[in-house]
Design a protein around this ligand. Sequence first.
Ligand code: G
Ligand code: G
Ligand code: NA
Ligand code: MN
Length: 256
Amino acid sequence: FSLETDLRRALNRGELVLHYQPLVDLECGSLSGFEALARWDHPDLGPISPVDFIPVAEESGLIVPLGRWALEEAAKTIARWDSRSGGQKDFRVSVNMSAVQMQRDDVVDAVASALKGANVDGNRITIELTESAFINDPAGTKTLLDALKGLDTNLAMDDFGTGYSNLAYLQQLPIDVLKIDRSFVSEMLVNKDKRAIVRTVLSLARALGMKTTAEGIETIEISQLLRRLGCSVGQGYYYARPLSEDAAYAFLAADI
Ligand code: G
Ligand code: G
Ligand code: NA
Ligand code: MN
């Protein structure tokens, strides 16, 4: 038994699915989009968290087909929901992209072919990157992100605040959104240092002309504070957990 062998089989047999967690516009309260999150229901072991199988995928190289699958599936879901809703709602779907995937695959081709395959515009997709993607090859990273922007996609820096971003470098990258890590957000009411970090990220984003998403919002009080502080978008259990495709569509339909 090895998780790697099983994961390879899972990809081929369609045991992986995407769930979708709503993203809410904090200003007006309406739905702005979803984050796609991979889920694996293993036939013997039951549900396995991406925290466990993404590292296996990265070590084995399976992150390349898995990453392509996630992009294709997200793009197809956008097309399906557009057709079910008559295109009445202009939502976006965020897809996580691993740093290893960026090193090992031609991700511009992966994104372009997912968009083409589903006949979806690039601006409907947001790619969530982590700071670790940028450390090794700054010049190459900028070229790559510029090419992804050339497909009209949106780029978000995930887990912002947990890495060690070089701010001078960040400013040169075509990043649209800073996603404030939930470790700061979830404790911002009770911990003034974390609240200070959230405020600092919000003002940095404003200064750099970027939007902000706060993740890990679990209470109405935190959502209200973030709104007052000018954060653009919120995500967290207070609004909704990651939902199956059908439950997410119901959430979308209720917002139209
Ligand atoms: O959904 P959950 O909180 O269990 O996700 C745990 C971690 O797995 C998060 O950091 C999330 O970004 C990551 N993850 C979930 N789905 C994907 C995916 O499709 N690709 C990559 N690279 N990471 C994912
Ligand atoms: O690393 P990334 O930001 O992609 O992680 C997203 C993960 O955060 C998902 O696994 C999702 O299930 C989880 N998540 C989303 N909202 C909340 C929340 O309000 N509280 C907690 N504890 N986890 C959340
Ligand atoms: Na993410
Ligand atoms: Mn995150």
